[in-house]
Ligand binder design. Sequence first.
Ligand SMILES: [Zn+2]
Length: 483
Amino acid sequence: MSFLDAILSPLRCIQDYAKVIADADVDWKNLVVLFSLGVYVLETYLLSRQYPYYSREAPPPALSQHFPGETFQKSQNYGRDKARFAFVYSAFGEILGIGLIYAGAQVWAWKIAGEWLTKWGYVGYEVLNPFHGILLLASAIPFLPLSYYQTFVLEEKHGFNKMNVRLFITDTLKGWALTFFIGSPFLAGFLWIIRWAGDGFIPWLMSFLIAFQLVMVVLYPTVIQPLFNKLSPLPQGPLRTRIEALASRLKFPLTDLYVIDGSKRSAHSNAYFYGLPWSKHIVIYDTLIKQSAPEEIEAVLAHELGHWWYSHPLKLMIISEVHLLLLFSAFPAFLQSASLLTSFGFPTSVARHPPIIISFMLFQNLFTPVEALLTMAMNAVSRYFEWQADKFAFEQDVSDNDEKAATEGKDGSTDGVAADDMGERLAKALIGLHKENLSSVWVDWLYSAYHHSHPTLPERLRVMDDLRSQKNLREGASAKKEL
Ligand SMILES: [Zn+2]
């Protein structure tokens, strides 16, 4: 069996299964609604498991010394408010989604889109069809009041919101414009490829998607991010010296080092890197710089560079390609399924030759439960990657950079600072971030397994402690040998 066969045979298997399912006599509309309700019930159940934790009176023992009464209470209140909001948001989304399906929103959008195309004189040009855009807007607009509430009431109440109404409106409009200008050509290419290549569209479509993702890697930081934020070079100083030294020691191809004005919108903080394999850029939130000491930010970046060291972004990209490949391989079976369209109320004149855009959108709805499980699996992978990156940061030597950042003038043996390690600094930074962001201190394990892409703070602190005791044991053993 050749390599290609090894890849293609499971895909054929999926295609055969999909064909059996697609040909079955099923009430697709009610099945989609049932799937959506199933995911909603599961997520609501998880949230109701998490909710009572916000009423606990004291932090978990591992965090009690870091979260004094007032900070703990604030984080509990913030968590409770966010959870209440999540109950309302998801219930609203569910009612709206099901309401739109039963009200025949898809058929309505198709009709309007057809009328517009006729008016503009583009009948038969599926790639120019505004159907998807109309549906997107119809389902996005009702969420605006909720998103307004989230920013100006919820986040505001807890001191995180830095936006004004004007910025909120321009952000929303810019977001929609971007979806239009990037989404339309993307969708047009997507539809054109399936139409042109027929049932054998998969290799072509996959190549197109990978090319599109690579273009976005370049476009996002250079064109899109500057529409929303200002990035300026990180000024010379101890922080810059530390990060450059860390990057050069690890041979990280650092091209630019930026500060982003995250504080314009929110007091939440972060740091990340991006770029092509030979040229990387690091971006640090101004809020993080304000909150943490240079050696702590260095530890955060040592964690970030751990992601790079283990090629996590590439691995995540490969997983997402495989995911799309599996999704697409089931699609040909539904490409000509008239019953899928008629069950959603499309007239037989449309269903007889199903437009690709409609088939694909309805087909995607059938995957809601699979997608929920996949998200959970992806979060597990992501938590493993976070653990690896933490371990990587822990293993970095602090002494080199402490010497380079001589401006601080610390002599470890006297003030005790140099006695710490990168793990301790990372732990300090994580605790600091957790406090500043008022993140939840109590987390239900099942809720966390489903939703969290990062291990919880107590889990991460425990990893640092374990690594430290292993290291001490090793050092103890080798010291004995020397004796
Ligand atoms: Zn990370």
